[in-house]
Each structure stands twice: as C-alpha cells, then as structure tokens.
Design a protein around this ligand. Structure first.
Ligand code: ADP
Ligand code: ZN
Ligand code: ZN
Length: 698
C-alpha cells in the first residue's frame, strides 16, 4: 500500500477500531496524527488492508512502542463534535462487563451511515439540524396560546414526585428509582412531570421502551405535552438516514427528548439529565446476540456515572430490581391504585380438570369461555385472547405410523401454517408445502396436534359466527404498516375479538376490552428456565392490564385463565393481583437455590458440527477455568445441550458459570475468555462460542 511517511512531528494517538473480539484486538490501537485530536473524535484509520472508522479513545497510549512502526490516520471527521469522555467511559464499562472489544461495541452502536459520509457531508447534515431545531422552537412560540392541559396530580403521584424532588435536592447522586404501579396507575404522567423538570433546567431526557411498536404511542404523548420541544426516536425500525439524523440531533444537543428501544441507551447526549426505563422488567431490554448487554442495567450505570436520576417503571418489576429495592439500594416509589379508581379485572382461574373428558374434543375454547365471549359480543365490548404459539398447529401427526412433522435440520417440529398450507420450522426457517399424505406410510389422514393462534382464530369464527375476529402475531404483521393498521382497527372498534401472541399483551392502550383470556399458559410452570414463572406472571398481569382501563368498564372486566393447576401459587397470587406475594415467594426460592439475584451467572455457549465437538470444547474450557485463581469462588456446571439442541444442522451446547459475587465472576471471565480463542483452534469441529453475562434465558 502506498502510504505517506509520517512527518517527524506526528503525535501518537489511541484509536478504538471496529475489530471483532476474536481478532484478539480488545483495546484501542496506536496511530499517528499530525494534529492533536480530542478524545471522542471520529477518524478514519487503516487496519491491515482495510480502511475503518475509529474513535480517538481517552487514556494514555503506549509510549514505549516504536513510533516509526505506527501508521498515520487517514483523516478526521472534524465537522462533528467529539463524543464525550462520559460516553467513552460508558462504552468502556459495557465492553468490559459484557466481554467485548471496545471498538467493536463502540462502533456498532453508532449509526451505520456515519461511516459512509465525509466531513463535508456531515457538516451539511448538522446545518440542516440547526434549522430543524429552530423551526421547532418557532412553532412552539406560535403555539404558545394552546398550552398543553396537564391533569392535576393524584395524591399518590404528588407524593412520588415530591420524593423525587427531595432526592434531587440532595448533594449526593440519587439512587435508582423503582416506580412500581399497575397499568393505568399513572406512571407515564410521572415520567412526563420528571421530564418537564429536567427539560426546564436545560437538560436532555432519554426514555426507553421495550418494543418499537410502543414508540409511536409514547412519542405522541410526549409530543402533545412538550409542544415545541425537539423530540426524536431511536430504534432499529428507522431508515439509515433517519437514524443518522436522529442520532446527530441527540449528539449535537438539539434533540431534547430521545425515545427509543434498547440501543438508544448508547445515544450520545451531552446534557443528559434524566433516564426513564418503562416496563423495566421486559426481556427485550437484553440484547440476544453479539454484545449481549442489558439496556436496563446500562441505564442504571449511566445514571450513576452522571449522578442523574433514573426511573425504572413497572407493574411487575424484575426480581433483580425488586430485590435491590428490598435491600435499599434502589428507592421504591409506589402508585398503588389505578387513576380514576378503576379496579383491576377480576381474575377467574378456570380449572380444566372440571371439564368432562371427551376424546377428540378440543378444549381451548371451553363452554364457559365461549359464554363469556358471547356476553361481550352482545354488549358490544371487545375481548382479547392470548396464546403464545403462532401457526395453526405446532405439529402434524400420522396416527397410523406415528410420523410427526419434524425438521430435518433441527431438533424441533415444523409448525403447520394453514393459511399458506406450509410446514415451517420456526428455528431455521425450512419451509415445505404440507404433504397430502403421510410421507412414511402414505396414510391420507394426517392431523394437526395442538393449537396455535391460526387455529384458535378459525375455531372462534366457527363457534361465534358473525363475530369480527382479528389475529395479531408475527405472521399477520410481517409487512411494514400491518401492525399499525391492525391496532388501529382494534382501537376504532372494527374488531370484536383479538387473538394473538404476547405481541398484543404489551402496552397497547385498548379502551374497550373487558375480557382478557389466556387459554393455555401452563407450560411456563414447569419450564427448566428458572425465570419462566417470573415472565409468565408479568405477562399475565400485563395482559390483564389491557382490560377495563375505564372505571365503569373495570367493574365488569375479567381476566380468564384456563389452567390444569389452579391451585398453583403463581395463579393464586395473580388472582389477588398480588405481585408482592409472588415476588416474595419467588425470591425465597431463588435464595435457597442460590439463583439470581442472589448469585451471578454467565453462560458459555458453543456451537459445533457435532455435539461432541461443542461438548469437548466446553469441557476443556471448564478444566481451564478450574485452574484459574478465582476457581474457588465460582461454580462451573457440566455442559448441557440447549433446549433446542440442533438448529440448521448446528449442535448447540451451553455451560453455566455461577458466582456469589459479581466481582469474582468478572475476574474469572477476564482471565478465562482470552484463552478460549486459542482453545477454539484446537477443537476442529467447533464453529463458534460466545459468552452471555447475566443471561436471561437459560
Ligand atoms: P400508566 O403509565 O401507569 O399505565 P398513565 O400515566 O398512562 O398510567 O395513566 C393512565 C391514564 O390516566 C391515562 O389516560 C392518563 O392520561 C390518565 N392520568 C394519569 N394521571 C392522571 C391524573 N393525575 N389525573 C387524571 N388523569 C390522569
Ligand atoms: Zn404414517
Ligand atoms: Zn429447522
């Protein structure tokens, strides 16, 4: 390559570059620059034969390295202000905690388009943003007469905000606030008031929500309240150009409110003064590949780092947060009642054992449930039926020879989708047309076993002719705009019964729903994942929260749970809407079993061409771990296959590492993981390995 020779006056700078963890580059690299560049500046650098974007990183470069051996940077994007030292240290913490290289993580959270533009193009974009911010402010002055109407605070809200004020008035950093209140208890109003306070002091506010689908609704509410304030959203549903524009607006300080999903926790916001994490218990806050970070936990870190308040809101807080509040490390603030006195829906646990057992009769739609649905139809009210399984039936079956529709590439069944008459594997995507006869014995009578949302929809239409049934799940909302249209149809009353997966249980404010039914939720009671009951409880509480948000409707609202285990403690607590009792019993179980939040976990996963290859690697890794100085403070469990062991012909194994202290776990990982890169080379059949710190799904 033809590179200019570095001039003698060149300065040594550290640059974080986008090199993956397995390249062995974990920290920033040294380069030469003719001008001094402040930390956080974006630069272009050569790496091998490639040209990459990098970030000038704070800290001392290696003064002993040979200056002549360093390569000069190729240019800097000096039109855009540098990323702040606080941002760099947030990224440094996240990279170290989740065991990724700094550059890889830091560059992966910047908008991809940033890499494609040169300094002149960026300057243009920034200029346009100035104009945009000025227009927002002008619109606000023009609009000043129509100041937004704010509801008068309820006594509970006033109390919560008073406590927040008191915490902000102290000299020390406020503790994280856990805002605990059921759906409709007025949490969002508290976020709005807290945001108003921060904005009035010239600060920026970051609001995180678990799902993209929930951003438009929240954005509308913030926009209505903060007329003239510059609001942007940040999530993966934006076009690359939008994402760059919104990110730049936050980074340049023009956007005062940033609403977004988990990736927004890394938004560069120079005047950040408040972070809100809505539905803080939601598993979507945990990234499930690459750097498996928890946006909720990083939000808490970020707030602590900046000494600003963070509000974690939920009706069913994660047991981690709940326990921290029990220990006094988080401040718990409660909104115990629904605004307007609306009651929570009455929970009916319907005991499936009381049904007469008739062979061949399908039981998802029991007579009493149909009766309850009919009543809603007569009164012109809506119902919502929740079944966490999409497709028509989870498996096709031949009664003659016992053939089942397994996937040839995975250890899983292929799901029967009746709409397009396909058998589809939900793990690898392998899809075929439904065979007209059994592929092994030729029997023409192959039948679906079990039930998914498609079948439930069909049965509802058969049983309740004339009812307008709408199915909402990942299949019905594949195309852009479909989900919005479907939700709109529910809102405007064009639908009587909504059938769907957990997609419909979250956050959507459906006013006319007076019946919410979970027809088959028992699976989670017996899952091997210790968090399954916690997730089920949250899901059912949240689903129930969809019903009866208007006080007069609340009186006749019902949450219907069909179960074979009505005596189960989880359902008993649900029937009383008693999260606290549920949390108490779960925490007691976790404590005696030595599980989080009383222990800290990491999961090492390995994927191989054969199960033996994956297992061999994990066992060698385990032996290695046991030779490390921290070995006596951690427990390395035997490796086991993942719950779906084979996906797309790859065998997947995992191994759990447990420690009673976070520090010990972190130290072990730091000594251990770098060695695994070398270990991988010795295990030929191994394809990949990865670590998940604080794993959510086990
Ligand atoms: P949550 O976020 O806990 O579900 P919201 O803040 O959305 O609760 O409040 C539920 C409903 O009550 C919303 O329609 C909201 O506009 C209304 N609301 C909230 N606080 C008040 C209040 N103090 N007075 C009157 N209405 C309120
Ligand atoms: Zn057969
Ligand atoms: Zn498959």
């Amino acid at each position: 390559m033809n590179e200019p020779t570095p001039p003698s006056a060149a300065l040594r700078i550290r640059v974080a570059v986008d090199a993956p963890q397995h390249s062995g580059i974990s920290g920033p690299l040294d380069y030469l620059s003719e001008q001094a560049l402040p930390p956080g500046s974006l630069v272009r650098v050569p790496l091998g034969r490639r040209e990459l974007m990098g970030i000038v990183w704070p800290g001392e470069s290696d003064q002993d390295s040979d200056l002549a051996a360093l390569r000069p940077i190729l240019g800097s994007l000096d039109g855009i202000p540098p990323l702040s030292p606080a941002w760099c240290s947030l990224l440094e913490f996240a990279a170290s905690y989740y065991q990724r290289s700094i550059g890889e993580l830091a560059l992966s959270v910047l908008p991809p388009q940033l890499r494609e533009l040169d300094a002149a193009q960026l300057k243009m974009r920034l200029k346009k943003l100035d104009k945009w911010a000025a227009e927002q402010a002008k619109a606000a002055t023009a609009d000043a007469s129509s100041a937004p109407v704010k509801p008068e605070l309820s006594p509970a809200q006033a109390e919560v905000l008073g406590q927040l004020d008191a915490l902000l008035g102290r000299a020390e950093a406020p503790p994280p606030l856990l805002l605990y209140g059921v759906t409709g208890s007025g949490k969002t109003e508290v976020y709005l008031r807290a945001a108003e306070h921060a904005l009035s002091q010239g600060k920026q506010v970051l609001v995180l929500v678990p799902e993209i689908n929930l951003t438009p609704q929240l954005e509308a509410r913030f926009a209505e309240r903060f007329v003239g304030r510059a609001i942007v959203s940040l999530h993966s549903g934006l076009t690359p150009a939008q994402r760059l524009r919104h990110w730049l607006a936050a980074h340049a300080g023009q956007a005062e409110l940033v609403l977004g999903t988990r990736l927004a926790v890394f938004a560069s916001m120079p005047r950040l003064g408040l972070i809100v994490v809505d539905e803080e218990h939601d598993p979507s806050y945990k990234q499930q590949d690459g750097a498996r970070y928890s946006a909720r936990d990083l939000a808490v870190y970020r707030a602590h780092q900046l000494k600003i308040p963070v509000i974690l809101g939920s009706a069913t807080p994660s047991l981690e947060s709940w326990q921290r509040a029990n220990e006094g490390r988080y401040k718990r603030l409660a909104l115990p009642e629904r605004i307007g006195g609306g009651a929570m829906p009455r929970v009916r646990l319907f005991d499936m054992k009381t049904l007469p057992l008739t062979k061949g009769v399908t039981t998802a739609l029991t007579m009493p449930l149909l009766e309850a649905l009919r009543k809603r139809l007569e009164r012109g009210e809506q119902s919502l039926i929740f079944l966490n399984r999409r497709g028509y039936a989870p498996v096709l079956h031949c009664a003659e020879c016992n053939w089942k529709s397994d996937c040839p590439h995975c250890s899983a069944w292929r799901v029967f989708h009746k709409g397009d008459r396909t058998l589809r594997c939900h793990h690898c995507g392998f899809t075929q047309r439904v065979p007209s006869e059994c592929p092994t014995c030729g029997n023409q009578d192959i039948a679906p076993l079990g039930r998914g949302t498609e079948r439930l929809e069909e049965q509802l239409q058969e049983q309740l002719p004339g009812a307008r049934v709408l199915r909402i799940d990942a299949d019905s909302t594949k195309l852009k705009g479909e989900l919005e249209a479907q939700l709109q149809a529910v809102h405007s009353g064009e639908v009587d019964i909504v059938v769907g997966t957990q997609m419909i249980t979250k956050g959507h404010d459906f006013r006319r729903i007076t019946l919410v039914a979970a027809v088959n939720p028992d699976g989670a009671l017996f899952s091997s994942d210790f968090r399954a009951p916690e997730r089920l409880f949250a899901l059912l509480m949240q689903a129930g929260g969809r019903a009866g948000r208007d006080a007069e409707q609340a009186a006749r609202s019902e949450m219907w749970v069909q179960t074979w285990h009505p005596e189960h403690a989880l359902y008993k607590a649900l029937a009383l809407h008693d999260f606290e009792a549920f949390a108490k019993s779960q925490l007691a179980e976790r404590e005696s079993a030595g599980l989080p939040p009383f222990a800290h976990l990491a999961l090492l996963r390995a994927e191989g061409r054969t199960a033996e290859a994956a297992k061999g690697f994990l066992e060698a890794a385990s032996r290695w771990a046991r030779s490390l100085p921290e070995a006596d403070q951690v427990l390395v469990y035997p490796s086991i296959p993942m719950s779906v062991a084979r996906v797309a012909n790859v065998e997947r194994m995992q191994m759990l590492v447990e420690a009673s202290s976070r520090g010990a776990l972190q130290r072990l990982l730091w000594h251990w993981l770098p060695e695994l890169h070398a270990l991988k080379r010795e295990h030929k059949g191994l394809l990949r390995w990865a670590v998940d710190v604080d794993p959510l799904a086990i």
